[in-house]
Design a protein around this ligand. Structure first.
Ligand SMILES: [Zn+2]
Length: 202
């Protein structure tokens, strides 16, 4: 049975398109919203509209931002000679939380994936090369912080090859290791071999 309200069904249908939300949870959310007072639901709706209409991307690094350039690119306190290359904006937010990196970022917006027909020109690699060539202050280090899977590897390999022509730029990768608190027997071979390869002096 479809129910007695077409409007409710439509809300459920839309909510069910969100990641991690099946029809069951979508129905629960829709019924919850119905119970909430009008003002709070309108605030939620406004926030969603703003999210799409007012947020932009930094034209320099590509991160999701309220302004262009973003606060990181326009800050004078960041190391301008270091660029950390990541796949998506959320990687920037994660790395920022660690307080380990004080340089700037470059968001690729995807990874090279021949199987999905995504080549180097489909992600922001050209923009990265342009930055490296034209930046007012010389870039000394490009840190590749991409996922340790086949797409991340392919992309890192490709970028490294392009950057090899710049003698003054050091290309590094973040070390992939064993998660804290995990026993060795539960680690897959690829992770273990990468952890060995990127071992540090004790
Ligand atoms: Zn930026």
């Amino acid at each position: 049975m479809k129910g007695t309200s077409e409007i409710l069904e439509q809300a459920i249908e839309q909510l069910a398109t969100l990641p991690g939300t099946g029809r069951k949870s979508a129905r629960r959310i829709a019924l919850h919203l119905l119970k909430r007072d009008r003002e709070s639901v309108l605030r939620l709706a406004d926030a969603l509209v703003d999210l799409k209409q007012s947020i932009t991307r930094c034209s320099i690094c590509g991160v999701i931002s309220d302004g262009d350039p973003c606060t990181i690119c326009s800050s004078t306190k960041r190391d301008s000679e270091k660029i950390c290359v990541v796949e998506e904006s959320q990687d920037v937010f994660l790395i920022e939380k660690t307080n380990e990196f004080r340089g700037r970022y470059h968001v690729l917006g995807g990874l090279i994936s021949p199987l999905d027909n995504i080549g180097p020109d489909d992600i922001r690699i050209n923009q990265l090369m342009k930055r490296v060539k034209e930046d007012r202050e010389p870039i000394e280090e490009v840190i590749l912080a991409l996922n340790p899977d086949s797409k991340g590897e392919a992309t890192a390999y490709y970028i490294n090859k392009l950057l090899n022509s710049f003698e003054d730029i050091k290309v590094t990768r973040i070390a992939y290791g064993i998660p804290m608190g995990t026993e060795l027997e539960f680690i897959d071979e690829a992770t273990l071999s990468r952890a060995f390869a990127s071992r540090n002096t004790f």
